[in-house]
Design a protein around this ligand. Structure first.
Ligand code: THU
Length: 158
């Protein structure tokens, strides 16, 4: 038996003002999107803002449903819409913000496994890394691609 360690590089920031201007804007739009989430059941409001290579920004938020599994996370709402509207344009950046009880979470919100799989597909599909910014009030994390967020991922090479 051999043990292996998988390292991922994560940038950590104390404040969004440390991010470049375009990313601060992306974070602001993700926060705005979170406020419009339909989160009637969990009261957990998530917003995602996606930047495309053509400069367009698409936002999305979680959409819940009385039949719980029929809902969808903010990340997939935003990404699917971006890919539906601009099927040939790579996604370059993504910011994710979550609000609970009228406040942004203290710790950075992390996308669920299903969203990571969809994010990875978009990254692979366009062969363009997606820089992802996970926002918390006391800390902001950023990663330069999705594959580091989903090591040992499923793919068609299998
Ligand atoms: N949610 C997201 O929108 N994104 C995530 O990455 C995790 C969870 C949503 C799904 C559901 O509407 C609510 O947050 C509570 O799980």
């Amino acid at each position: 038996m051999k043990k292996q360690h998988i390292d991922i590089e994560v940038e950590s920031y104390n404040n969004i003002t440390e991010l470049p201007a375009d990313e601060q804007e992306l974070v602001k739009l993700a926060e705005e999107a979170a406020k419009n989430a339909y989160a009637k059941y969990s009261h957990f409001f998530v917003g995602a803002a996606v930047k495309l290579a053509n400069g367009e920004i698409i936002t999305g938020n979680n959409q819940e449903n009385n039949a719980y599994p029929s809902g969808l996370c903010a990340e997939r709402v935003a990404l699917f819409y971006a890919n539906a509207k601009y099927p040939d344009v790579p996604v370059t950046k993504m910011a994710i913000v979550a609000i609970y009880k009228d406040d942004i979470l203290q710790e950075p919100v992390a996308p669920c496994g299903a969203c990571r799989q969809v994010m990875l597909e978009t990254e692979v599909r366009f062969d363009t890394p997606i820089r992802t910014i996970l926002v918390g009030k006391s800390k902001i994390l950023a990663m330069n691609d999705i594959k580091s967020m989903l090591p040992l991922s499923f793919n068609f090479d299998f």
